[in-house]
Structures are given as C-alpha cells and as structure tokens.
Design a protein around this ligand. Structure first.
Ligand code: ADP
Ligand code: ADP
Length: 225
C-alpha cells in the first residue's frame, strides 16, 4: 500500500533521515519505534506531506506522493493525527469533527462516519456540544483521532497517541486503534512506548538517528528487546 524508498529529509543543513526504506501492506498496523530525535515524526510528516524529502520516494497505492501538497495527500486517503493532540479548544467537539471532513463532498457519508466515531468513542458523543478545550487530555486525543477519521482515510498516521496519558486511557485508546484497523483502516503508529505499541502492531521498524536499524514482526521485536 505504501512504500518509502531511500528517503532523505533535511532541515536546513541537518539531515534528519539518512535514507529510510519502509513498506506498509494494506490492513497492517506498523509501528515506528525509537528514541527521541530518531526521526519518527519526520518520517510520518513526510508521508503526510508536511515535510518534503530532499531525495527518495514515497509511493501510495502505486502513485508517487512525495511531490504532492499535504491537502492532496489527505484527499488520496492518508490522514495524520499530529503529536500533542491538537484540537481547536474554542470550538465544540462536533465542530472539530466537522473540520476533519474539510475535503469531503459527501455529507451523508460524513454523517455515517461521525456516527461510527461516536460508536468508537461514546464519550465524544456525550460531549459533542462541549468546547474541546474543556475535555480531558485523553478525550482530546480521542477527538484528534476522530477528526482525522472524518477525512475517510485508508491509511491513518498516529504520532505518539499515548503521550502524557494515564495507563488506563492508553489501553482504551490502543484498543480502539485495533478496532479502527479492524474496520479496514491501515495504521502507522509512532510510539516511544515500544512494548505497548508492539503488542498492538503486526510489524515494527526501529529508527536510530535517521536510519532503520531493525525491521521485523512485532512478535520477534517483542521477544528480542
Ligand atoms: P522523533 O520523532 O523520533 O523524536 P524527529 O523526527 O522529531 O524525531 O527529529 C529527527 C531529527 O530532526 C532530530 O535530530 C531533530 O532535532 C531534528 N528536527 C526535527 N524537526 C526539526 C526542525 N523543524 N528543524 C530542525 N531540526 C529538526
Ligand atoms: P461506505 O459508505 O464506504 O460503504 P460506510 O460509511 O457505510 O462505508 O461504513 C462501512 C463500515 O465502516 C461501517 O461499519 C462504518 O461504521 C465503518 N466506517 C465508517 N466510516 C469509516 C471510515 N472512514 N473508515 C473505516 N470505516 C468506517
């Protein structure tokens, strides 16, 4: 479904990714692991078009996407949940979700997707008229995921969804990620919390200073920490 080939990304003179190769098959949950600064976020942002590679290629469903603007990439079926659960605090939950469907032209489909999101995260339905800024951290993360799903993605990119959340909330969110994947959405999950991510994922890539140093099934990576 997705392949990254010899991807190089630079911030000014600093090379953050030194030639990454990665494959994601349809239906998978693939986890990208590694220490702070390894290049996990940069990898995700290159897929979603928020940073542009200096060289290499990103091919999604047979089409090169690394030259496309980010909004085109959303239209092609890739949505990213950025790090730090960014929601619009002065808008309601329902308004935040509506913004997620900004590229959509099919209101009936949007309404169905919203109901699906409410079934995944019932608390969002309860709070749909509340300002997003009044939600707890976990609820804001759920809303950020819901907003990304409103774009009807076939590939969902998650950047550290567990960051700063309590273990029980993390468990609930990870179970919902599994459910989202079960509905046919392929997932790329960036996590520092390697064990939790590998229990959820099918395969994993470990990055170290801008390089892939390990690529294996989640089971093997869990067995050989
Ligand atoms: P991770 O997500 O694994 O923590 P990042 O992708 O955020 O890693 O960062 C990879 C490298 O790129 C790090 O050395 C980081 O300091 C650098 N970097 C990230 N963002 C920027 C930026 N906007 N400008 C300059 N350097 C950056
Ligand atoms: P379609 O209109 O493409 O046939 P539906 O909106 O009827 O899809 O949803 C099909 C199933 O997938 C339903 O169980 C629904 O809850 C769920 N679903 C809805 N929106 C999405 C989405 N964006 N991604 C994955 N599954 C979804």
């Amino acid at each position: 479904m997705l392949s990254l080939e010899n991807l190089v990304v630079k911030y000014g003179n600093v090379e953050a990714l030194h030639g990454i190769d990665m494959e994601v098959a349809e239906g998978e949950i693939v986890s990208i692991l590694g220490a702070n600064g390894a290049g996990k976020s940069t990898t995700l942002m290159s897929i979603s078009g928020l940073v542009k590679p200096a060289s290499g290629s990103i091919v999604f469903e047979g089409k090169p996407i690394h030259t496309l603007p980010a909004h085109k990439i959303v239209e092609m079926g890739i949505a990213q949940v950025p790090e730090g659960r960014r929601v619009f605090g002065t808008l309601t939950v329902a308004e935040n979700l509506r913004l997620g469907a900004f590229t959509s032209k099919d209101r009936n489909r949007d309404a169905k997707t919203r109901d699906w999101i409410f079934s995944l995260f019932p608390i969002l339905k309860e709070r749909r008229k509340q300002l997003a800024g009044t939600l707890s951290g976990g609820e804001q993360q759920m809303l950020a995921i819901g907003r990304a799903l409103m774009a009807h993605p076939r590939l969902l990119l998650l950047d550290e969804p567990s960051l700063g959340l309590a273990p029980l909330i993390i468990k609930a969110i990870f179970e919902t990620i599994r459910e989202i994947n079960g509905s046919g959405v392929t997932v790329v999950l960036v996590e520092q919390n390697a064990r939790a991510a590998l229990r959820l994922a099918h395969r994993g890539y470990v990055l170290e200073v801008g390089k892939v140093v390990l690529a294996d099934t989640a089971g093997s990576l869990l067995a050989n920490p």
